[in-house]
Design a protein around this ligand. Structure first.
Ligand SMILES: [Ca+2]
Length: 208
């Protein structure tokens, strides 16, 4: 019982510290049971158009001689029956994945978590808008036709560019068409139109 409480505390603190903490664990309160379900996951995609994720049952250590059966449930209705699973999602989105654990005495626990499936934007950190045809644009490749807000600021916080488009691109000029000086700028990319809400920011070096 004490072991279970400690493990639960660790589990909850791990969930709180996780980037994906919007769905908390559902913990079985049956005190006769010591099995609990949780899992971790990571993007295991092999290309930009692939949304394959790796799942692994986590935190619960079966006792010596204890046999655990695992049942994963994926949103397309498919299942998997091992402590690890690979699943390929069709497209970006937020998907519910479930995991049930049952030991050989029938003691069981299950969890459902919402998994944000999306490709992270990968902005460059330098560009050279001098018209030589090489790296003249700050440009971020995206998936699909979502609308992105792009805002560019000087280091002192003055906004020099803003756009809303399915393309994320800046040519190093103000909206009035003037070239901005060389230096370090701050970008903020936001979209609430994407399946998984996007907010990416950082610094970019502009050289001419
Ligand atoms: Ca250039």
């Amino acid at each position: 019982m004490i072991k279970r409480i400690i493990n639960t505390a660790i589990l909850l603190s791990l969930l709180i510290s996780s980037a994906y903490c919007q769905e908390s664990a559902t913990i079985d309160s049956d005190s006769a049971c010591t099995v609990y379900a949780d899992f971790v996951f990571k993007d295991s995609s092999s290309s930009e158009s692939d949304y394959t994720y790796f799942f692994q049952a986590a935190y619960y250590q079966p006792a010596v001689g204890e046999t655990i059966s695992y049942v994963w449930g994926f949103p397309d209705g498919s299942s998997a029956f091992d402590s690890i699973a690979l699943h390929t999602f069709v497209e970006e989105g937020v998907y519910e994945v479930s995991l049930s654990l049952t030991d050989d005495t029938g003691c069981a626990d299950s969890i459902r978590r919402k998994i944000p499936v999306s490709r992270e934007l990968m902005p460059p950190n330098v560009f050279t808008p001098n018209g030589d045809g090489l790296n003249d644009y700050f440009e971020v490749s995206t998936q699909g036709d979502h609308l992105y807000n792009l805002r560019i600021f000087t280091r002192t916080g003055t906004q020099v560019h803003v756009s809303q488009s399915s393309r994320i691109v800046w040519d190093g000029r103000t909206l009035g068409g003037s070239e901005v000086p060389e230096g370090i700028y701050y970008y903020l990319i936001e979209s609430s139109d994407t399946p998984v809400e996007t907010e990416v920011s950082g610094f970019i070096h502009l050289y001419r």
